[in-house]
Design a protein around this ligand. Structure first.
Ligand code: UD1
Ligand code: CA
Length: 427
């Protein structure tokens, strides 16, 4: 199995933020999470070392809370990308297999691409593989300098490049596959005599060539995959790239999305065929939506939601951590969270599951069994269960379990005072 080193120590000055760059989010998932998820999904990497620096503790906590088979290594001070990778030398002591190096601020890298890079490296029996890309506007990237015969010579950073070298359109994507046993001695030889006074990882190319190691480039096909985040604008651009990909995937899978521009669906959401998503829906986090459902317009699905087939979720309905069985309708103005809803249920307009107790800060569960009908404007105060077939009258405030096939009514009887208005007017 391969090991990964993920560079994430940089400050990200242009984000103008109190939180480290790699913890900025797309669909509420940190950039680093995207990279780690692709690493895991590739299926060829058994451990990741994340190099941290700026606000390292926050990154530590995120990794510890969300990932196994990964650890952070502090780089302090941050003396460049070569110095960053060298932080993993002790941890990888005795390891001589392949290491893939990725950046924590490049969230769109795909698991198949990670697999392809390592396969390419192995098939070519390479010692060092650098990932390159061809950009019409290569500004700010390191340029790949090749020999007349096309073999790799070195990488020059923009700040160190000659005017001729600046014309080169093949750039360094910042991803590498290294035969660790053969290259780990390079790091003590890196020099910082360059424009930025840093130990550049890119110098490993020239080092490899000089030491007779097989040093090659893998040219990436889809430049979007190496889109790096340096600013809030980049973050919005990356969200849009991901958005378009996700929308296209669902359209290809037989989902109707009436207004792709106004529909946001997280990459971790599955949707069955013949489901229709109406305009202005925001579907975030991890969810499963079945076949033949109707979602929206203006629905907000916040994650942890599983919806079976034939369900209708209408306008201004918010769902969180909720399972909904088939052919149930939650059509208007409702909040349903931490709930299990059976099949053929009708939830009337304006129903709320009151799942949160602000005094104890506890969240409790609401269970609504099959064939239940909840009248409009009801509040189901959790923990509470509405048993099979029961009805709740409109404006019910339900604080106890309701038995099967019964009616629960909590409103005071209606009084009509005949002629009351006229009497008032005569006064
Ligand atoms: C780097 C490459 C450049 C390439 C570009 C691709 C070098 C010298 N240059 O440039 O050839 O085209 O990436 O995006 O490698 N980091 C650390 N510790 C450090 C310095 C950086 O962990 O001491 C991390 C950063 O957080 C970032 C990554 O390494 O995730 C790249 O560093 P950055 O400063 O952004 O390098 P670039 O100038 O973009
Ligand atoms: Ca960068």
């Amino acid at each position: 199995m391969v090991k990964a080193i993920i560079l994430a120590a940089g400050k990200g000055t242009r984000m103008k933020s109190e939180i480290p760059k790699v913890l900025h989010t797309i669909f509420d998932k940190p950039l680093l999470g995207y990279v780690l998820d692709s690493v895991i999904k590739s299926g060829i990497i058994d451990y990741s070392y994340i190099i941290t620096g700026h606000k390292a503790q926050m990154v530590d906590e995120y990794v510890k809370d969300n990932y196994i088979n990964a650890c952070t290594i502090l780089q302090s001070p941050q003396l460049g990308t070569g110095h960053a990778v060298s932080m993993a030398i002790d941890k990888l002591n005795g390891y001589s297999g392949e290491v893939i190096i990725l950046c924590g601020d490049t969230p769109l890298i795909k698991s198949e691409t990670i697999k392809n890079i390592v396969s390419f490296h192995n098939e070519n029996k390479a010692d060092i593989t650098v990932v390159s890309a061809v950009f019409d506007n290569p500004a700010n990237y390191g340029r790949i300098v090749r020999n007349p015969d096309g073999s790799l010579c070195k990488i020059v950073e923009e700040k160190d490049a000659s005017p001729n070298q600046k014309e080169i359109k093949e750039i360094n994507a910042g991803i590498y596959c290294l035969n660790w046993g053969k290259v780990n001695s390079a790091f003590s030889e890196l020099k910082n005599n360059n424009a930025q006074g840093e130990y550049y990882l890119t110098d490993i190319i020239q080092w490899g060539v000089k030491n007779g190691l097989k040093t090659i480039a893998f040219t990436i096909k889809d430049n979007n995959e190496i889109f790096g985040i340096n600013s809030r604008k980049n973050l919005a651009e990356a969200s849009k790239i991901l958005h378009d990909e996700v929308i296209n995937k669902h359209l290809n899978n037989g989902v109707t999305i009436i207004s792709p521009e106004t529909t946001w669906i997280s990459p971790d959401t599955e949707i069955g065929s013949d489901t229709i998503i109406y305009p202005n829906c925001y579907i975030n986090g991890k969810n499963k939506i079945g076949q033949n459902c109707k979602i929206g317009p203006f629905a907000h699905i916040r994650g942890g939601v599983e919806i079976d087939k034939g369900v209708k979720i209408g306008n201004f309905v918010e769902l969180k951590k909720t399972k909904v069985k088939s052919h149930t309708n939650i059509c208007h103005l409702s909040y349903v969270g931490d709930a299990e809803v059976g099949e053929n249920v009708n939830i009337g307009a304006g129903t709320i599951t009151a799942n949160y107790n602000p005094l104890t800060k506890e969240k409790s569960k609401t269970v609504i069994e099959d064939n239940v009908k909840i009248g409009s404007n009801s509040v189901l105060v959790a923990p509470v269960t509405i048993r099979e077939g029961a009805n709740v009258g409109a404006v019910g405030v339900i604080t106890k379990d309701v038995s099967p096939w019964s009616l629960a009514v909590t409103r005071s009887p209606l009084k009509i005072l005949e002629g009351w208005v006229k009497k008032q007017l005569k006064k």
